[in-house]
Structures are given as structure tokens and as C-alpha cells.
Design a protein around this ligand. Structure first.
Ligand code: KOT
Length: 787
């Protein structure tokens, strides 16, 4: 990059788009001018990539969510011009940080599943894999969380109200999507996905719903202005908002419309390009040779019948042949074993949204049942496989029959899919099943967000090759017994903790001590993730410190954060509990130099970028068997935190790679929980263990105030009182409490040996290479996509 040229075109852009003199421009102006300048800079390479890959085999990642977060810093890092641009800006007296903070997160996802899609986009481009992302351009991303009087309050997230500096509207590629009762236009917005210092620019194409005809003049001429506006709104409603229910099936018509909307537009886009660039192949003989579609869980599965529909109805391909093509085109990833997340759509809703797709699914189901009957299976033996049963379309079954690959996202998770969730399918077609352990992109989650550690690693390894191949971090192990290095590790962590402390003071109004242990749990709030186990332990610890102020104890700051689905009462109760505990403890002069509790407001990608680098302890305490993988656990590990975790999801692989002795494993394993499932009685633990009783009773003792919301009673009941057919403590919080508490005691003791701790931290960093999403995406490319 030519520095002078960049500065020149930046200032030119700034004045052109604002019509102001330089001195009069605002942070907003300066931010958007910078976006423009960068977009200009990459334009040529982006077009090159589009042209070069027209006739090549490509992977298509279909996902209802892409949790991209902010793009400015990440794009500068990937272009290799982060430092230069910062310099250029400071030469003209612009503070980079305030411009950076102007950018709203693109929060087009709920959590892990959406963030994984964004990491994959980064890694695919970095590995020079031609992968195209297809998704939805929600006008409102995941709601903004505010905390009022300790309660979560949801606000809107109109993230593009000031504009969108990172997308190009490609009007000419618009598609028409037909629903039974409505026809809309799908307009693509393309975001560049930059590879790390390699000139590859892939495309994330997000579809926005708009009225088919901008304005219906027949209504207008009949003085029915309101009717014309109504139609416009009805079209725009489809992509108006991201549904905020993580891990919860959503039964609304509008949700299926969203899914069908982006899948139909994407399939049409692929087919029309195929016809344009492969104009000899009228029979689509080679379609699956050039396309592989990876389905990010069940949300985009409606793309399967949609491809058949387009092939059969619009291109005259025979049904059986279309089915064959389709079967070779799709691959399916599952991200959860929680039953409440498994999608199924009632026949009525499908008929209301996409009747022709329902027809096709029905036919696929009939063929399947026929095939089974010919093999001699009884009606009952066929039941688990049916795509339609009791007038419900079971999306996972549809995906498994029609895909060439089915994968889970961590070793244990894939094993559970085989043994349990999809065991019938696995018996029938074991060759389809495979594991792809998740990963995270080291560019965003280390190079960008933890500059100090990143520079330190480069210095120690004498090169920055590790940014391209994260397994190179392993070479850091030569410093395991080098005291100076270990002290430097501690110093970097300390600096990051000071920065976080400053940020928390500014944003949460709570002052925390950077010399205390930073123990962090940030993720969506859900019972299976057991934030309430963390909180019960804090309550009990607080009481112990009150009783015994001279107790040997290393000061600890407990940090929690995460959003609750707006309709999930118990998750909201957990948030209220966290805030109430924080209020009581932080205001108690007797203990607040020993423990502090912070619930960070509006946890999101850009907050995570500040939290992961500053963590000493990473809380990964889900009930064994419930967290498919987890990816936050990897971000903490890469930044040198030690994992306090259960034998669950990718924690297991973290323990394997970094050594369980360098982390803190606790709690019951899946096998044990399966065994005791029927006989488990949490009351036994409650009565036998004083600390448990103390913590649980505090929910109702009056010491904590839930402002008559009955929220704490709800948590109390769910832990020890079976209710309305539902068992008590289905997530085994009380069962694991004692071991969790003991493990915390161990952590608290061991932390004061600062060098031994740093050694463990270094062990984790050095062995985090496996968890790069570069490794994951290469596995998809090699094993499934054959790219
Ligand atoms: C949400 C709705 C339906 C089905 C699945 C989900 C889902 C799963 N949303 N997020 N996940 C998480 O996906 C991550 C990426 O694979 C995992 O690391 C994590 O364990 C899942 O909970």
C-alpha cells in the first residue's frame, strides 16, 4: 500500500461524502470515509476473485446467522495495514480508537452457531478456499441488552441506521421469491471476506426482502395509499429482525418465511449462474461437481426441496434425477442435542409458506417409506426415519436422507449423535457420519484483540508464521522453564486486565482490582450452561468470607455476561440473580476488597474482544453431554486462560491438547449422568451438604431481593422441587456443586504460585493451535467438500 495515496484518497472521500471541511467532520464521517477507502483498496482483488472462480468448484455455506461483529479492525489486520493506517490517521490528528468505536457490531447471529459461520468465512479466505456465504440481511440484529434494576431489558439493534460501510448492494442479481400468499424481491448485499495477507477476497451474500414492485400504482391511483405502504411493510417484515431464541425451536410462520426466503434466493442465484457459465450442461449433469452446500444446522434445510423444485419445475429435469443431483450437493452439520432445538414444521405452516416444497418433501417421504418396506421393515421400525410424521416435517431427518455427509462439532458430540440422537440413521448409513471439531479464527481472537500477546509470540518464535499455521505455537514450549518468559506472560496478562478494568469502570461503573483473579463466564444464558452453578458458588463463598474474614483467600473478581432469550423466564431470573449478588457483595465493605462480581452489560463480539485477553480462569461448566462444542472455551485458551470445565464438548479436546494437569476438570461425566438419570434426587445433596443448603436457601432468605418478580423462587424450585411432571435439577447443578467448589479452592491456592500458573498458561497457548478454524475448514474442504 502507498501511504501517501491512501491518505490522499481518504481525505478526498471524507470531504466528498460530507461536503465538509476536514476539521468539521465527525467520528461518523471519518469512520464511513475510512470504510470507503478500504473498499476501494480491495475492489480490484475482490473482482479478480469473482472472475477467477466463476467456473470452479465452490463450497456454499448456508446459514441463517453470521455473527460477524465489527469489520474495520479485522479488515485492516487481514490486509496487513493496521499499523500503517493507525499511523496515517494520527498524522492528521485522528484518534483511531474513537473511529473504531463508532462501528456497531453486525450482530446477525445469536451465539456460537453464528459466530462459527463468521470464523469459517475468515478461515476459508485465508486458506484460499473458494467458499461463498449465503444468509439473511436482518435490519435488526440481536437485541441490545440493558440492565435496569438488575433485570434484562431488550432494545432494538438497528445496526445499519447510519449506513453500512462494508456491503455492496447488487441490485442486478435480485431474485423473486414466491410464497403462497405473497411475492417479494430478494436483493443481495455482498460483504467482502478478506483472507489474511493473501489477496483472496470471498463473498458473504446476505439477502434483504423488499416489495416486488416498489410502489403499487393501482392502489395509489385508487387513493389506497395505505394499502400500498402495507404491502411494502409486509415484504420488508421478512428480514426485519433476527429471532433471538438461541437453542429454541421457533414455530412462527414468519420464521419459516425467513428461511425459505434466503434459501430460495440463494438456490436461484446458484442455478442461474450455473446456466450462465456452464451453458452447455442443459441437463445439469455436472451441477454437483461444481457445488457443495454446507447446511449450518436445520435452519437452511428448506434449500433441499427448493433445489429439487427449481430443477424440476423451472428446468424440466426429471424428479428422480433431480433427487440424485440434490443428494450429491448437500452436507449437514448438527450443533446441538437439546431436544427443544430440533426443528419440525407443521404441515399447515409449510403449506402456507411454500406449498410446492411440501409436495416435494411428501414425495421424498413416500419414496423413503417405500424403500424401507421393500427391505422388509415394519411400520414401527420405519417410524424414527419418517420425514413427515403426525403432520410434522422433521427437518433433521430430511437433511440426513438428502445429504452426503452428517457431522457433529466436537468428538464427544459426534459420538452422542451416533449413539443416541441419530442412532437409527447411524446404523443405516454409518459412512455419512463424521466429526469436525470447531475452531476459531486466530486473526480476530488473538492478532487483532490481543496485540501484546501477539507481538510477544512473534518475538519469541522469531517469525509470525504462526498466524498462518497456528500449530506453530507449539514451539513456545521451549520456554516452559524459562523464568523470564513466564514473567513476561504474567505481565502481559496484567496489562490486559488493567485495560479491561478501565473499560468495566467506564461501562459498568464498577471498580475492580487487576491484581485479583479474573474468573470469567460469558456466553448465552441457559440452564444447561449452568450460570446458576457459578452464582450459587459465589453466594456460598461470600458467606464463608463473612464468617471468616481472615480466611486464606486470593482476591477474585467474578465476571459474568450474556443475553437471555426474551421469553426465557428462568434465564432472565439468572441475570437478575447475578446482578443482585453483585449489588450485595460489591456494596459490602467487609468483603469487597476480596471478591467483586460484575455482570457485563450487552455481551457481544466486540466486548468479547476485551474480555478473552484478560481472563485468568475460563468457566466452561455445562452439564456433561449438553454443550455440543463451545467456542468461547477456545478463545480463552488461546489467550492464556486456564479452563475450569466439565468433561463436555470441546473442553475434552482442550484438556487432551494442553494437558488436564494444566487446567481444572471437575464434575460428573456423561456416562455417570446417564446411569443415575432416573434415580437422581437433588434433595439428597441439599440436605447432606451444608454449603449447598446455604447457597440454595439464600435464594429465599430475604438477603437477596428479586423485587417481587418470583424469579428467585423459580430458580429455587427448579433446583429442588419437581414440578408438573418435570424433574428437579435436570442439569445436575447440585450434584456437581461440591466438586466445583473444591476445584475453586484449588485454583485459589494455586494462583499465588505465579510462575507455575504462567507455565500452565503458556502450555495452553502453545497447544491451542488445533483449535484454529483454519484447521477445521481444511478438514471440511478435504473430507466433505473435496475442494
Ligand atoms: C440453535 C438453534 C437450533 C439448533 C442449534 C442451535 C445452536 C447451537 N446455536 N448455537 N449452537 C452452538 O453452536 C456452536 C458452534 O457449533 C457450539 O460450539 C455450541 O456448543 C452450540 O451450542
Amino acid at each position: 500500500m502507498n501511504k501517501n495515496k491512501f491518505m490522499e484518497s481518504y481525505i478526498e472521500n471524507l470531504q466528498r461524502i460530507t461536503l465538509k471541511n476536514f476539521a468539521e467532520t465527525s467520528d461518523k464521517d471519518r469512520y464511513f470515509a475510512l470504510c470507503d477507502t478500504i473498499m476501494e483498496l480491495i475492489n480490484q482483488e475482490w473482482r479478480n476473485c469473482k472472475n477467477r472462480t466463476r467456473r470452479s468448484r465452490k463450497a456454499y455455506y448456508f446459514s441463517a446467522e453470521f455473527l460477524v461483529g465489527r469489520s474495520l479492525g479485522n479488515n485492516l489486520i487481514n490486509l496487513g495495514i493496521y499499523d500503517e493506517v493507525k499511523e496515517i490517521l494520527s498524522e492528521i490528528d485522528i484518534d483511531f480508537e474513537s473511529i473504531e468505536n463508532f462501528e456497531d457490531d453486525a450482530a446477525l447471529g445469536n451465539g456460537g452457531l453464528g459466530r462459527l459461520a463468521a470464523c469459517f468465512m475468515d478461515s476459508a479466505a485465508t486458506q484460499k478456499l473458494d467458499m461463498y456465504g449465503y444468509g439473511v440481511r436482518y435490519r435488526e440484529g440481536l437485541f441490545k441488552q440493558k440492565i435496569e434494576n438488575g433485570f434484562q431489558v431488550e432494545g432494538g439493534d438497528h445496526w445499519i441506521k447510519d449506513g453500512d460501510g462494508w456491503s455492496i448492494r447488487v441490485e442486478s442479481d435480485s431474485k423473486i421469491v414466491k410464497f403462497r400468499d405473497q411475492t417479494v424481491k430478494a436483493v443481495p448485499y455482498d460483504m467482502p471476506m478478506l483472507g489474511f495477507e493473501n489477496e483472496q477476497v470471498n463473498t458473504l451474500r446476505l439477502w434483504q426482502a423488499e416489495p416486488f414492485e416498489e410502489f403499487d400504482f393501482s392502489y395509489f391511483n385508487n387513493f389506497q395509499y395505505d394499502k400500498a405502504v402495507e404491502e411494502k411493510n409486509r415484504a420488508e417484515d421478512i428480514t426485519r429482525v433476527l429471532y433471538p431464541n438461541d437453542m429454541q425451536r421457533e414455530g412462527r410462520v414468519l420464521r419459516l418465511k425467513q428461511q425459505y426466503f434466503f434459501c430460495s434466493a440463494s438456490i436461484q442465484d446458484m442455478v442461474s449462474k450455473y446456466k450462465r457459465y456452464f451453458d452447455h450442461d442443459l441437463q445439469f449433469e455436472d451441477f454437483s461437481k461444481y457445488h457443495i452446500i454446507q447446511l449450518n444446522d436445520t435452519h437452511p434445510i428448506i434449500a433441499i426441496p427448493e433445489l429439487i423444485r427449481v430443477l424440476v419445475d423451472e428446468n424440466g429435469i426429471e424428479f428422480e434425477r433431480a433427487v440424485e443431483i440434490t443428494k450429491n450437493t448437500f452436507a449437514f452439520t448438527n450443533h446441538t442435542v437439546l431436544q427443544e432445538a430440533l426443528e419440525s414444521w407443521p404441515k399447515d405452516i409449510m403449506l402456507e409458506v411454500c406449498p410446492r416444497c411440501f409436495d416435494i418433501i411428501k414425495k421424498l417421504n413416500e419414496n423413503l417409506v417405500k424403500e424401507f418396506k421393500e427391505k422388509g421393515l415394519s411400520e414401527e421400525a420405519i417410524d424414527p426415519y419418517r420425514i413427515i410424521r403426525f403432520d410434522q416435517v422433521r427437518m433433521a431427518n430430511l437433511a440426513i436422507v438428502m445429504s452426503k455427509s452428517v457431522n457433529g462439532v466436537a468428538k464427544l458430540h459426534t459420538q452422542i449423535l451416533k449413539d443416541d440422537t441419530f442412532k437409527n440413521w447411524y446404523k443405516l448409513m454409518p459412512e455419512k457420519f463424521n466429526n469436525k471439531t470447531n475452531g476459531i479464527t486466530p486473526r480476530r481472537w488473538l492478532v487483532y484483540s490481543n496485540i501484546k500477546l501477539s507481538n510477544f509470540i512473534t518475538e519469541k518464535l522469531g517469525s509470525d508464521d504462526w498466524k498462518y499455521d497456528l500449530t506453530k505455537l507449539k514451539d513456545l514450549e521451549k520456554y516452559l522453564d524459562d523464568e523470564k518468559t513466564l514473567e513476561e506472560i504474567n505481565q502481559i496478562k496484567f496489562e490486559n486486565k488493567k485495560e479491561l478494568a478501565k473499560y468495566i469502570l467506564e461501562n459498568e461503573g464498577i471498580s475492580i482490582n487487576p491484581n485479583s483473579i479474573f474468573d470469567i463466564q460469558v456466553k448465552r444464558i441457559h440452564e444447561y450452561k449452568r450460570q446458576h452453578l457459578n452464582l450459587l458458588h459465589i453466594i456460598n463463598l461470600y458467606h464463608k468470607l463473612k464468617k471468616n474474614p481472615d480466611m486464606d483467600f486470593y482476591p477474585t473478581t467474578f465476571i459474568l455476561g450474556g443475553k437471555a432469550a426474551p421469553g426465557y423466564f428462568r434465564a432472565k431470573a439468572i441475570i437478575k440473580l447475578a446482578n443482585e449478588i453483585a449489588r450485595v457483595i460489591n456494596n459490602d465493605e467487609e468483603v469487597n476488597d476480596k471478591i467483586k462480581v460484575v455482570f457485563v452489560n450487552n455481551y457481544r463480539v466486540s466486548y468479547g474482544e476485551k474480555l478473552f485477553p484478560a481472563a485468568d480462569i475460563s468457566e466452561q461448566i455445562s452439564t456433561a453431554g449438553k454443550e455440543a462444542s463451545g467456542t468461547g472455551n477456545m478463545k480463552f485458551m488461546l489467550n492464556g486462560a486456564l479452563t475450569l470445565g466439565t468433561y463436555d464438548g470441546a473442553n475434552i479436546e482442550i484438556f487432551e491438547n494442553a494437558g488436564v494437569e494444566n487446567n481444572y476438570l471437575f464434575g460428573a461425566k456423561v456416562e455417570e449422568l446417564n446411569e443415575i438419570y432416573d434415580s437422581y434426587n437433588p434433595k439428597e445433596f441439599y440436605y447432606k451438604n451444608e454449603d449447598i443448603k446455604d447457597a440454595v436457601d439464600t435464594l429465599l432468605s430475604g438477603e437477596l431481593n428479586d423485587n417481587d418478580s418470583y424469579m428467585f423462587l423459580d430458580i429455587y424450585n427448579c433446583l429442588i422441587n419437581p414440578q408438573g411432571g418435570e424433574k428437579a435439577d435436570t442439569y445436575f447443578v447440585l450434584k456437581d456443586f461440591e466438586d466445583y467448589k473444591k476445584t475453586h479452592e484449588k485454583i485459589n491456592k494455586e494462583y499465588s504460585d505465579r510462575l507455575t500458573w504462567a507455565r500452565k498458561s503458556l502450555k495452553n497457548i502453545a497447544n491451542a493451535g488445533y483449535f484454529s478454524s483454519d484447521r477445521t475448514i481444511l478438514e471440511y474442504a478435504k473430507d466433505i467438500w473435496k475442494l
